[in-house]
Write a protein that binds this ligand. Sequence first.
Ligand SMILES: Cc1cc2nc3c(=O)[nH]c(=O)nc-3n(C[C@H](O)[C@H](O)[C@H](O)COP(=O)(O)OP(=O)(O)OC[C@H]3O[C@@H](n4cnc5c(N)ncnc54)[C@H](O)[C@@H]3O)c2cc1C
Length: 385
Amino acid sequence: MSHFTEEQKMMQQMVRRLVNEKVAPRAAEIDETDEFPWDIVKVFGENGLLNLVLPEEYGGVNANNTTLCIVIEEIAKVSPACGLTVFTTQALQNVLVRGGNDEQKKRFYPKFESGDKICAFVLTEPNAGSDAGSIQTRAILDGGNYIFNGNKNFITTGEVADYYLVFAMTQPGKRAKGMSAFIVEKGTEGFSFGKKENKMGLRGSPTVELIFEDAKVPKENLLGEEGQGWKILTEYGNLMRTWGAASTSLGIAEGALAYATGYAKERTQFGKPIAAFQAIQFMLADMAILTEASKSLILKASWTIDKETEPFFKIEPMVSMAKCFTTDTAMKVTTDAVQILGGYGYTKEYPVERMMRDAKGVQIFDGTNQIQRVIIARNLIGKLK
Ligand SMILES: Cc1cc2nc3c(=O)[nH]c(=O)nc-3n(C[C@H](O)[C@H](O)[C@H](O)COP(=O)(O)OP(=O)(O)OC[C@H]3O[C@@H](n4cnc5c(N)ncnc54)[C@H](O)[C@@H]3O)c2cc1C
């Protein structure tokens, strides 16, 4: 991709090499066992993938939005589940870089410098998924601490993380206006873990319940000011949909397309490779069109974010289009990849059924595709009289 900087091209090559060498041989096993791949995360840490957005003096590369897209796409071609750890870790650090104050940066950056810390993004609750403004976890100021009470669920890297970006109500009943964002450390008294989900896909990436029972979080860990949680979520957090769900899905689609193409050239029926049949050729062509269009949408949104010249209301629908289109593409492309492999595609001997299960999850997290369409339509129509 000619628009990438030299550093970005080098990063792409490095991550591609790394995942082919270290992650590809483990991907099926990670899915089968559903065990968190500590060995892979160690490799990611040693290669600087767990503190990309930090300044260089803290081990990072000041990664911009596009660099994060490149990294996640490369990992997801092989194992989207492994990419999720980089995704949630960079989600917290990215919000800290963009929304933290000087004191918080001074205090937290050195903690991430070693490159081996994992972070989680904590919003969803049992009764508040798409309707994020209705979260009920409370954080009430009492002296030098906020006292947290409530339950979160579906949290990626749940119990394996070290730091948590938690959204909670400092003024309950005020919906978005009463929401605030905090960094919570593992080991905080009153903060524990509950059920781990047994998921269809993205296995090996733990999705876990978090429990806060009178957990004391230092008031200095509030990001921005009280009541700015919604702004932090939408204006900083939601940009991650480009390098989170969207780039994950692009990687899945590219991985499935490459596998199905290779298979179609090898598999012989009626005396010729199935790739000689127009029905297969057109399916592959459609898969390629959707995948290429997904890449364009992601890069347009990402470059707009990186330029920092456009107002948020212009960026938001572009991000939602990239998330929605790319995740729907991954679902379609992986389903067609299974079809191209026929009966073999439906077995665990081949990776495309895993890719199809993984693709389903990405249509749901990072804001469902219905919610992305709500955002896009709202931006088109505006407020009705
Ligand atoms: C693999 C995975 C990882 C996740 N990781 C995290 C994480 O790290 N942190 C975190 O905070 N959350 C995480 N989540 C939670 C995820 O963000 C939520 O599942 C998602 O936002 C949807 O919420 P819900 O499951 O409660 O569904 P609901 O909100 O109950 O939605 C159910 C259905 O109704 C539709 N719907 C809801 N409202 C509307 C509307 N207004 N218009 C049209 N349709 C609507 C939805 O699109 C969906 O199809 C994860 C989920 C999964 C599956």
